[in-house]
Design a protein around this ligand. Structure first.
Ligand code: SF4
Length: 433
């Protein structure tokens, strides 16, 4: 999957990378060399048997291919759409040397998993006999759903408590519409729940309507997958002006159907994927000019090179080395953002004293998310995340955590899925003991 393969989404609901048809999938699968020690598998955080599933596609066994993928990563459909494959499996593919063009692993994965979800037939997995154990999972995002699915496979009964009206976490609320078109996030959740043994409870926020003490008392174990749900405030003069909003809430509104036209000039503050998603969507909604301003250099941006290229070809201007100083407005409404040009001195980010003012009718801030100050009594927080050990155990006996609320590896959906999966090993051992 390369940015050169398309010109960026023209409309909000355009599929960024259209799915392969059966002929294309067959042809692409024939490019795999079925390496004996496949570097692509080592580069996949969930360790999917990539040559194995590609071989099954080549054999015409698409259901078998999907089962291979979903056995390692139950959210293989989401990951085939949102994984930065260009820095993971596809970067490692040996086809890069020689042909300079990796096997399109992500698109093949999507081909197989889409077929499975569209199938409507029997669920490919079966639960073990009921263990009589119950586990509470807090958060219905990728980590929580992955954990719940695997616990249920082992015969445990799971209650998932979710604060939002819909499950899916960032898949449903935090991704640009062009990356996850239609109702895919909800169809994938329905597929996971079809296994049985999992009950979803909405409107349940930790520290408000549910509490850790009660969950620990009522369940054999608790898995926290609460994510980082609080957008980090910019905390600058003028951030209360009308027209200064958090990029994540902008993306959420767009994903939930609020397609109000965006006119004029838009400034996005931040350099990660959320900033890119917000910038491109603002452009799709009619903004005349969209600028992404980032306080460090291009090389330090959280958005991958491919995401940056996608932003550029979608009409977004990226301006690095600009640190926001304050927002200016008129009549209570934002009119510009004042930045200071920055530079690196001995490895430290330093202001140059040179101010740059960018006119803005809308400012979208994407400077990261934080752990919500929830009911985390008894849990240690380190560098803004719940502290866990190598087995995903928190400080509190019987309480485990994974996904974005901990620091276990890359901050990616695929890592969250792997967290949920791996935590089950320790949870299962704990509750059976
Ligand atoms: Fe196939 Fe590339 Fe993986 Fe080798 S590295 S098994 S060619 S996808």
């Amino acid at each position: 999957m390369t940015a050169a393969a398309h010109s960026g989404p023209q409309g909000l609901d355009d599929d960024l990378v259209p799915p392969l048809n059966a002929l294309q999938a067959m042809a692409e699968s024939s490019r795999c060399l079925y390496c004996y020690e496949p570097a692509c598998v080592s580069a996949c955080p969930t360790g999917i048997d990539i040559p194995g599933f590609i071989h099954r596609i080549a054999d015409g066994n698409v259901v078998g291919a999907a089962k291979t993928i979903l056995s390692a990563n139950i959210m293989g459909g989401t990951c085939s759409r949102v994984c930065p494959t260009e820095v993971l499996c596809e970067q490692a593919c040996v086809r890069n040397s020689g042909e300079q063009h990796p096997v399109a692993i992500g698109r093949l994965q999507r081909f197989a998993t889409d077929r499975m979800l569209a199938n409507g037939g029997s669920h490919p997995f079966a639960r073990a006999a009921d263990s009589g154990k119950r586990v509470a999972v807090v958060g219905a995002g990728p980590a929580g759903l992955s954990c719940a699915h695997r616990l249920s496979l082992l015969g445990h009964r799971v209650d998932i408590f979710e604060a939002k009206p819909k499950p899916g976490g960032l898949n449903e609320y935090g991704l640009a519409a062009y990356k996850m078109t239609g109702d895919f996030a909800q169809r994938e959740v329905a597929f996971i729940l079809a296994l049985g043994g999992i009950v979803l409870h909405h409107g349940k926020r930790l520290g408000e309507t549910i509490h850790l003490d009660a969950l620990s008392r009522d369940y054999d174990a608790v898995f926290l997958a609460v994510g980082l749900s609080l957008p980090r405030a910019v905390g600058l003069e003028g951030d209360d002006l009308e027209g200064v909003i958090e990029a994540l809430s902008f993306i959420e509104k767009v994903r939930q159907g609020n397609r109000a036209t965006v006119g004029g000039r838009v400034v996005v503050i931040g350099g990660g994927n959320t900033a890119v998603d917000a910038a491109i969507q603002a452009h799709c909604l009619g903004a005349g000019e969209v600028v992404m301003a980032y306080r460090r250099g291009i090389a330090q941006m959280g958005a991958t090179a491919w995401e940056q290229q996608l932003a550029r070809i979608s009409g977004v201007a990226i301006k690095p080395w600009l640190a926001p100083k304050r927002f200016r407005g008129s009549g209570g409404k934002v009119t510009s953002v004042l930045f200071e040009r920055t530079q690196l001195v001995d490895g430290h980010l330093t202001g140059t004293g040179v101010d740059v003012e960018l006119p803005a009718d809308l400012v979208l801030t994407a400077v990261g998310q934080e752990l919500r100050d929830e009911d985390l009594a008894g849990l240690a927080v380190q560098a803004g995340r719940v502290r866990i050990d190598a087995d995903y155990r928190t400080e509190r006996t019987g309480v485990f955590a994974g996904g974005d609320c901990v620091k276990s590896g890359l901050d990616l959906t695929v890592q969250a899925v792997e967290d949920g999966k791996r935590a089950v090993l320790a949870i299962d051992r704990f509750i059976r003991e």
